[in-house]
Design a protein around this ligand. Structure first.
Ligand SMILES: [Zn+2]
Length: 317
């Protein structure tokens, strides 16, 4: 399906940048986009798909196992490997769209007794392995579905039990979610799980609004031509991501900055964020990506100030 290019979205540069953090830093796994209706949250999230690139997978594996990570293969690939050498093919990195009405079985899959042992039917999380799970309108999901999704993402494996039957498969994925601020309150416990939380901007400028309407109309009427027009800009954005991804390991975080991040977090009470160390780490990771984007090897106060704005806690101004 044709998607509106990320670089064609007006006035939400901080959002379109924040969604790319998922593919730059291995420890940034959960991004939440907040904002009013019609502020390009979903469009931005879906546009990320064009930036995900490809992965090599074991041919025939229904969990997209990584052929170079033989320690973490699914049981079916392990059996395959005993028979013959694993062959590989290349696919687009998975981007799986969840639906708030998903059932627990639909999410994790089902096990049952088969003729030759345990049979397993894939759930959504099997498809999301090694990719991104997109949860639009996160407040519409039930608490147990959210808890399960996060615990599997944290573990990197999905263990499904039914009576005395069980089946396990790798399920390592990142999450991008949206929340429409007009549709109600999102509990802190949900927000805290994210590594990056970013608010869309309400656009009041009349010129900007007209340009947004013009572009979305143009995309609707001539999607192919529209996408082609942004090709050069998209290529530039992809190059910036590629460079940032190569660069992030080089960024040095001075002890003074780490202490400052910790001090900021310690000032918050537990109602604003429960785990200070975890939050300080999140601040460091966000700032590292900011420095990588700018090609700097040194984490500065500017990066910390940037991170504070995108952290899943409310810091006093
Ligand atoms: Zn496999």
């Amino acid at each position: 399906m044709l998607r509106m290019p990320l670089s064609s979205i007006i006035g939400q540069e901080h959002i379109t940048k924040a969604v790319t953090f998922l593919i730059i830093h291995p420890d940034i796994n959960y991004v939440l986009l907040l904002g009013d209706k019609g502020t390009a949250k979903t469009t931005s999230a879906k546009a990320l798909l064009d930036y995900l690139g490809t992965i090599d997978m074991v041919t025939g594996c229904r969990f997209q196992c990584d052929p170079y990570d033989v320690m973490n293969l699914c049981s079916e690939c392990e059996a395959r490997m005993e028979e013959q050498e694993l062959s590989t093919n290349t696919i687009e990195r998975p981007f799986v769209i969840a639906n708030p009405s998903v059932s627990m079985k639909g999410l994790v899959g089902t096990v049952m007794k088969g003729k030759d042992g345990v049979l397993f039917n894939n759930g959504l999380l099997a498809r999301a392995n090694r990719g991104i799970l997109f949860m639009d309108e996160i407040s519409h999901y039930s608490e147990d579905i959210l808890d399960k999704t996060y615990s599997v993402a944290e573990e990197g494996t999905n263990l499904v039990k039914e009576g005395n039957l069980e089946f396990e498969h790798p399920a390592k994925f990142k999450i991008i979610a949206t929340h429409d601020t007009e549709s109600g309150y999102l509990p802190n416990e949900v927000v805290w799980r994210f590594d990056v939380v970013v608010k869309t901007r309400r656009i009041d400028d009349i010129e900007e609004r007209m340009e947004i309407a013009r572009r979305s109309m143009e995309f609707k009427n001539h999607p192919q031509a529209f996408i082609e027009r942004y090709e050069a800009q998209e290529e530039k954005a992809m190059e910036a991501i590629f460079n940032a991804r190569k660069h992030y390991k080089k960024v040095i975080v001075p002890k003074k900055i780490k202490d400052e991040a910790m001090k900021l977090c310690e000032k918050l009470d537990t109602k604003e964020y429960p785990s200070k160390e975890e939050l300080a780490n999140k601040l460091i990771n966000i700032g590292v990506v900011n420095a990588s984007y700018e090609g700097r090897n040194w984490y500065t106060k500017k990066d910390l100030a940037f991170a504070v704005k995108l952290a899943p806690a409310k810091f006093p101004k």
